[in-house]
Design a protein around this ligand. Sequence first.
Ligand SMILES: CC(C)(COP(=O)(O)OP(=O)(O)OC[C@H]1O[C@@H](n2cnc3c(N)ncnc32)[C@H](O)[C@@H]1OP(=O)(O)O)[C@@H](O)C(=O)NCCC(=O)NCCS
Length: 233
Amino acid sequence: MYEIKCVTDDMLQDAAKLFSENYGIWDPFAEQNMGAFAKQGRRVRMSPQRLKDQCIPTSARTTYVQARVNDELAGNVFATRWTYEGCNVCWITQLCVSAKYRHQGLATNLLVKLRENENDHAFGILSSHPFAIMATLRAFGHGLERVDLAIARTLASNIMNTSPVGYVRAAKLHGSLFDDKASDGTVSCADTDFFVDHAEPDTALDAILAKGIEWPFGRLPEGHEFLALVKRS
Ligand SMILES: CC(C)(COP(=O)(O)OP(=O)(O)OC[C@H]1O[C@@H](n2cnc3c(N)ncnc32)[C@H](O)[C@@H]1OP(=O)(O)O)[C@@H](O)C(=O)NCCC(=O)NCCS
């Protein structure tokens, strides 16, 4: 596990490759919402430039942590840090683990490394993948079993509106946590217009439910991602 102080073009190239080969595929609504490149079933691809534009805003501090196995990039996480009314926020902008190395605690360990020697007060992530949400809750909070959604209810909107990361600022909160009238089974998610296929996250959710673990974030509509915002444990 390494924290990288300066993200080079070669590193961006490697990270974009990891994402393009491992992240996921487009869903049936992607093409009509996002354009011809997002054909159903095709891999969601990322160029180094797009990764840089999306995850490394020039107006804030970016932290990048890599996990390498025999010099191969096995997983990585990008995070952006900013301050909201005296509260130090750390937002995970991309978390990806190679399919070869999943379910071994790698994502959790990347996030634990990310919080080392930092004085963050709150951690946020938007992700369609329940395991990414669980890794965040384990590394920064007290795990899924003791999640407290109160901070998201009161602060998510304000914190996200001040984010230096464009897609976080643009995300529209959705679910009963933010709107008492929401009756579609959603609790804490946001419309991000990101139409990644939900089959893999749905399978992950089934595995969680099969273990008798309660999932407090509700259901996930297409084009949405779960939202977790937690205080430092
Ligand atoms: C989501 C992702 C990063 C998880 O990586 P990972 O290294 O497999 O995750 P970890 O092994 O650290 O596990 C994280 C949590 O998921 C749980 N989990 C992992 N595999 C599991 C399984 N097969 N069954 C049940 N729970 C599982 C772990 O138990 C852990 O939760 P816990 O601490 O509450 O027990 C990885 O699947 C990935 O890169 N997916 C594609 C990209 C993506 O969706 N990224 C998130 C968007 S930002």
